[in-house]
Design a protein around this ligand. Structure first.
Ligand code: SF4
Ligand code: SF4
Length: 277
């Protein structure tokens, strides 16, 4: 069995407890307007091309055995480009290959209370592969976390429950229409799944991206806070909007929409509020 992965980041401090390896699965069923990993949306391998880096040297055309007409995504042009103007996004791994990379930092996980985090995209859309790698990590004593937007049938969660230490669960807003407008999907299933996960007794860290013009209002943030308060989740984290993924939109030839980042004071105020859930 193979999984399609678009990035593996070792020594991450932002995707759960301690030092972690974060594995990004390709494919997502939300279309968040502020997405900072747009290369993770499509569930297939693709070529990114950065026009602003290309000098027109022609090396890529010379090396292509298909005259660039029927691209097989072999990656030769990306390898030869002297300016990194081309990039193949997405690589298949089997369970053993991926586990070999994850276990390299096992000592570091033990020292820091860290482990592996499966993210994306939406890692749960490749549920059978996810289950297979989770099981392997869990049985080898590696702490596991699953970072999910939760928009999948609950039966998917049931397949992996025994092998997950922590769920990092996105709650973007409570207002259904607002959710639909900014992510392309309703949040009904997402919130139902969260309630069922809580009932199942899983350790859950809720994460909310704070996006200017979307949910950065007292009304919406308090709706989220009031919804979460007393529910039995481990903690709720707020993540301020950033535009660090902007260049990837050029690579994918997609229009980039900039959102406003919340101020430091605003974030501090709400971090204090959310620390009491
Ligand atoms: S090799 Fe790179 S810089 Fe040269 S033409 Fe191709 S994409 Fe452009
Ligand atoms: S990825 Fe391979 S087939 Fe596609 S354009 Fe580049 S060299 Fe040609």
């Amino acid at each position: 069995m193979k999984g399609l992965i678009f990035d593996i980041q070792r020594s991450s401090f932002v995707d759960g407890d301690g030092v972690r390896t974060t594995v990004f699965f390709k494919g997502c069923n939300l279309k968040c307007k502020w997405c900072h990993n747009p290369e993770g949306i499509k569930n297939y391998k693709e070529m990114l091309f950065y026009k602003s880096k290309c000098t027109g040297c022609g090396l890529c055309r010379k090396i292509c055995q298909n005259n660039e007409k029927e691209c097989t995504l072999c990656g030769n042009c990306a390898l030869i480009c002297p300016n990194d103007a081309k990039e193949i996004c997405g690589k298949e791994y089997n369970t053993g290959e991926l586990f070999e990379i994850i276990q390299r930092d096992k000592a570091l996980y033990s020292q820091t209370g860290g482990g592996v985090t499966f993210s994306g995209g939406e890692c749960m859309l490749q549920i059978d592969f996810l289950r297979s790698i989770l099981e392997k990590c869990y049985e080898n004593g590696i702490n596991t976390a699953v970072d999910t937007a939760g928009n999948v049938p609950f039966s998917y969660f049931e397949k992996i429950l025994p092998y997950v230490n922590t769920f990092l669960y996105d709650v973007k807003c409570i207002d259904e229409e607002l959710h639909k407008e900014h992510t392309g999907v309703s949040n009904t299933l997402i919130l139902e799944n969260l309630e069922r996960l809580i009932k199942a007794g899983k350790r859950i860290v809720v994460r909310t991206p704070v996006i200017g013009g979307f949910n950065d209002t007292d009304k919406e943030l308090f709706r989220i806070f009031n919804y979460l308060k007393g529910k039995g989740i481990e903690k709720a984290e707020l993540l301020p909007y950033h535009n660090m993924g902007a260049h990837k939109y050029e690579g994918l030839s997609l229009p980039f929409k900039e959102f406003a980042a919340p101020s430091k004071d605003f974030m501090e105020k709400y971090k204090k509020v959310f620390s009491t859930v």
